[in-house]
Design a protein around this ligand. Structure first.
Ligand SMILES: Cc1ncc(COP(=O)(O)O)c(C=O)c1O
Length: 394
C-alpha cells in the first residue's frame, strides 16, 4: 500500500516548531505599501565608506577570488588581534583564538552548536535579539529567559541569572548594547555576571556587535574582565559600526579549544567567509576609525531627537545609551504592541517593530530604529503624535 507523506513530515520537528521572526512577518506586509516611513529595519542608513568599498574592488582587480584559510585571512586576524588589544586591552592569538565568520549570525550559531549537548539550557535576557532563542533551539538546546525591565534600565541582573542556573545550564548569552532596548551594561554589572558564570562553570557568549555604538559611556568588553576570558566566547562584527551589513563579515574570539570546535563546524558548513568582504574588513580596521566616529556622532544626534520626541508625544522612553534603537512604552494607549504597530502602520504609515517580537517582556513597547534621516524621524514623530492623541485612553 502506498503511504502519502504530508508536508508536515517533510520538515524536521525542531524547525517546524520554530515560529518565524516577528520582524519578518511585519516587513513582508510593509513592502507592499507606499509612503511608509520605516523605523523598523535594524541597520545603518549609511552606505559603506568609499575607501572600504574601493579596497574590495581593488582586491577583485588583483584577482583575490579564491577561498581563504578556514580561519579567515591571516592578515585580517592579525589586524583584529591588534584592534581588540588597542580598544579593550584583551589579547587573542590570531593563530587559534580568532575565527572570521559570515557575520555575527554565523558566529552565534557556531558558538551554540559547538558547546551544547541535547537539552542543555542557555540563559538569555527577555527582551532580546530575535535570533537568540531560535538559535539555541536549532542547536538542540533549551532557552531559559531572564526577565528584564525598564526600572533596571533593561539590564540583566547577575542575581536573576544565578536564580535560573540548573545542572543543565551550559551558557549565558548576552548582547550589549542591546537590541531591541539600546541598554548597555556597566562594568560593575558585568563583573557580577562574570563572577556568577565563573562560580557556576558556565560559558558566557557575549554578542558585542554594537560595541562601537555607545553614547557618553564606555563599552566594556566581557572578556577584558578579570578571569572572564577563559569561559567567554566573544562575538563581534563589521555590520553596524562600519555600515557593512551586506558584506556578511563577523568574528568569534575564544579560548583555543572552543575556537577549534567552532572552526570544525565552520569548515564543514561555510568553509570560509567571503574573501572580498574580508579584504573590506581589513581596510575598515586599518583606516575606518574616522568613519566610525562620524557615524556615531550622527547617530547620537538622532538618538536625542528620537528619545525627546517620543517622550514629548506621550510615549515614555528610557534613555538608550547604545546601538540605534529607542524602546518606548505604548501602555498609555492600552493597545498590545502588535496592535499598536499594526494600526500605526495602516493609519499613519509609520513602521516600528512590536516589542513582543523580542520576548514576553517586550510586550507594551515598540522598537524604533533611529538610523534614518532627521526629516524622516521628525515626520514619523509627527505622525505618531497624531496617532497617540487619537488613541490615548485619558
Ligand atoms: C544583537 C545582534 N546580534 C547579531 C546581529 C547580526 O549581525 P551580523 O550582521 O553581523 O550577522 C544583529 C543584527 O541585527 C543584532 O542586532
Amino acid at each position: 500500500m502506498r503511504t502519502t507523506r504530508t508536508k508536515k513530515h517533510l520538515i524536521s520537528e525542531r524547525v517546524a516548531r520554530l515560529s518565524p521572526s516577528g520582524i519578518r512577518k511585519f516587513f513582508d506586509l510593509l513592502s507592499s505599501m507606499e509612503g511608509v516611513i520605516s523605523l523598523g529595519v535594524g541597520e545603518p542608513d549609511y552606505v559603506t565608506p568609499w575607501h572600504i568599498r574601493e579596497s574590495a574592488i581593488y582586491s577583485l582587480e588583483q584577482g583575490y577570488t579564491t577561498y581563504t584559510s578556514n580561519y579567515g585571512l591571516l592578515e585580517l586576524r592579525q589586524e583584529l588581534s591588534r584592534y581588540l588589544q588597542r580598544m579593550y586591552g584583551v589579547e587573542y592569538d590570531p593563530q587559534g583564538e580568532l575565527l572570521i565568520t559570515v557575520g555575527v549570525s554565523e558566529a552565534l550559531d557556531l558558538a551554540l552548536r559547538s558547546i551544547l549537548n541535547p537539552e542543555d539550557e542557555v540563559i538569555i535576557p527577555d527582551p532580546c535579539y530575535v535570533a537568540y532563542a531560535s538559535c539555541v533551539t536549532l542547536a538542540g538546546g533549551t532557552p531559559v529567559s531572564v526577565p528584564t525591565n525598564v526600572e533596571n534600565g533593561f539590564a540583566i541582573k547577575a542575581s536573576d541569572v544565578e536564580a535560573r542556573i540548573t545542572p543543565r545550564t551550559r551558557a549565558l548569552l548576552i548582547g550589549y548594547p542591546a537590541n531591541p532596548t539600546g541598554a548597555v551594561l556597566s562594568r560593575t554589572e558585568l563583573t557580577a555576571i562574570a563572577d556568577v558564570a565563573q562560580r557556576n562553570g558556565i560559558v558566557v557568549i557575549s554578542d558585542e556587535v554594537y560595541a562601537r555604538l555607545v553614547y557618553g559611556v564606555e563599552h566594556t568588553c566581557f572578556s577584558s574582565l578579570p578571569g572572564a576570558k577563559d569561559n567567554c566566547i566573544l562575538l563581534g562584527g563589521f555590520s553596524k559600526a562600519y555600515a557593512m551589513t551586506g558584506w556578511r563579515i563577523g568574528y568569534a574570539a575564544a579560548p583555543g579549544e572552543i575556537l577549534e570546535a567552532m572552526t570544525k563546524v565552520h569548515q564543514y558548513t561555510m568553509l570560509c567567509a567571503p574573501t572580498m568582504g574580508q579584504m573590506a574588513a581589513l581596510e575598515a580596521l586599518r583606516s575606518g576609525e574616522d568613519d566610525v566616529k562620524t557615524m556615531v556622532d550622527d547617530y547620537n544626534q538622532r538618538r536625542r531627537l528620537m528619545v525627546q520626541g517620543l517622550n514629548n508625544i506621550g510615549l515614555a522612553c528610557f534613555e538608550p545609551k547604545g546601538a540605534f534603537y529607542a524602546f518606548p512604552s505604548i501602555r498609555a494607549t492600552g493597545m498590545t504592541s502588535e496592535d499598536f504597530a499594526g494600526r500605526l502602520l495602516s493609519e499613519e504609515r509609520v513602521a516600528a517593530v512590536p516589542g513582543s517580537a523580542f520576548g514576553q517582556c517586550g510586550e507594551g513597547y515598540i522598537r524604533c530604529c533611529y538610523a534614518t534621516s532627521v526629516p524622516d524621524i521628525e515626520e514619523a514623530l509627527h505622525r505618531m503624535g497624531n496617532f497617540v492623541q487619537r488613541h490615548s485612553r485619558t
